[in-house]
Design a protein around this ligand. Structure first.
Ligand code: S3P
Length: 441
């Protein structure tokens, strides 16, 4: 893929049916949990992107074999004690926060020391959020300022823990759950609600997990040390990838799109609920349930009477990866949109709150930003005709893709750098856009 995208014209009216690739969160979980099964696990529609390839390379380095082709992926799991590697081996999570956080959970019982590293952006991110609970389990972790690289050594006798997770982070919750899975005794987690794919997979694998949900809080208990056999999984499309097309359609003229076979788990559909409050025409069709996950087709129509939102805090975690897109919609909605408690956006692949604020200013939108909040003064008549360049975003895939969507709906002449960053989550993004009619050089 070329490193720069040049976009000089708006997308024309379209009416299309598309599929987006498999869900990234589920793909990474499939690889990691499959590595712990006894025997072969098979996934169809696994996302083939850099983050998932990093997960596959990583388990390979830990002695777990896999087979990957266009149709399916097989992981040959060896159970809870199946990792084998040399002392001081180095494993690389690339750009993926999810992979880096979750693998530490699986290393709870590693007998040798291992070094976990990541790329430049991942090395700037905080790991204290998992170091603390993992140390409570008895894992040894050394680091400088709680950043990568981490020096990790597991424990022979992990202890179950009671932990309160207050950030609404599914990565932290899942890291703890993966460690708890390999720990005798009952681990309890009280967590601000966040995506619950790990819990659903555990339920399907018949692990001893109990979950209660109340007032945006989850109370989970897991009795560990129960083996499971290899399993099959048909990974539905990614709502986060779909969201770029949802917003593209909403903000384009007289257009329609049907996105088929998407994971619309309640823990992931914050963007749909937020945009619907803003008057977006989004319809969920053909609903079904697959292994506990809600799957459906999403139909979207251009929507020109968008109004501002005062975003309820309890939606934050459910829309965590989609805020850049939501902010773009707010820039064209009537009124002032307000977002509170969104400081977690500063801890993503780039500081997304900073990026959003600078981006919105660049396109002439008035904003007010604080450490933890953002106000956006929408302008329904916004039309651009100048030159715009997007750079310095730590190669954040979502910052890059949202810039491309903005360029396609707002007009002006755009130069977007480092578009190879898109490969971390959605290598087919540009080709699907082109099929819909986007002109991108
Ligand atoms: C993810 C959880 C979220 C999300 C990330 C994927 C996951 O991170 O931003 O892209 O698969 O568990 P946090 O748990 O840090 O909010």
């Amino acid at each position: 893929m070329k490193k720069i995208a040049l976009i000089n014209e708006r997308i024309k009216t379209f009416n299309k049916i598309i599929y987006v690739p498999g869900d990234k969160s589920l793909s990474i979980r499939f690889v990691l949990i499959g590595s712990q099964a006894i025997g072969k696990s098979i996934a169809k529609n696994l996302l083939i992107s850099e983050d998932v390839l990093s997960a596959l390379n990583l388990i390979k380095k830990l002695g777990i074999n896999y087979k990957l082709n266009k149709k399916y992926c097989e992981i040959y799991g060896k159970g809870f004690n199946g990792f084998s590697f040399k002392n001081n081996s180095v494993i690389d999570a690339g750009n993926s926060g999810t992979l880096a956080r979750l693998i530490v959970g699986l290393l709870i019982n590693s007998k040798k020391t291992i070094i976990l590293k990541g790329d430049k952006s991942l090395s700037k991110r905080d790991f204290s959020r998992i170091i603390k609970p993992m140390q409570m389990f008895g894992q040894n972790i050394k680091s400088k300022n709680s950043k990568l690289p981490l020096l990790i050594k597991g424990t022979k006798y992990p202890r179950p823990i009671n932990y309160t997770e207050s950030k609404g982070s599914a990565q932290v919750k899942s890291c703890i759950l993966l460690a708890a899975m390999k720990t005798p005794g009952i681990t309890k987690i009280n967590s601000v609600a966040s995506r619950d794919h790990t819990e659903k997979l555990f339920t399907n694998l018949k692990l001893s997990i109990k979950i209660k949900k109340k007032n945006n809080f989850e109370y989970i208990s897991l009795k560990g040390n129960k083996n499971f056999r290899g399993f099959n999984y048909n990974i539905p499309g990614d709502i986060s990838s779909s969201s770029f097309f949802i917003v593209l359609t909403l903000l384009s003229k007289d257009s329609k799109i049907l996105i088929k076979n998407v994971n619309v788990s309640k823990s992931r559909t914050g963007i749909i609920d937020i945009l619907k409050i803003m008057n977006a025409k989004i319809y969920i069709k053909n609903k079904r349930i697959y292994k506990g996950e809600n799957v459906a087709d999403i139909f979207v129509k251009s929507s020109n009477r968008l109004k501002a939102i005062n975003c309820p805090i309890k939606m934050n975690s459910r829309a965590i990866d989609e805020f850049l897109l939501i902010f773009l919609v707010c820039s064209l909605a009537k009124g002032v949109s307000k977002f509170k408690n969104i400081g977690e956006l500063r801890n993503k692949e780039t500081d997304r709150l900073k990026f959003a604020n600078e981006f919105l200013k660049k396109i002439g939108i008035k904003t007010k930003v604080s450490k933890n909040s953002l106000k956006i003064h929408g302008n329904p008549n916004l039309k651009l005709n100048k030159n715009y360049e997007i750079k310095n975003f730590d190669k954040d895939h979502r910052a890059c893709m949202v810039s491309i969507i903005a360029a396609l709906v707002l007009g002006g002449k755009w130069k977007i750098n480092d578009i190879d960053s898109i490969n971390t989550s959605f290598p087919k993004f540009i080709s699907i856009l082109k099929k819909i009619g986007a002109k991108i050089n």
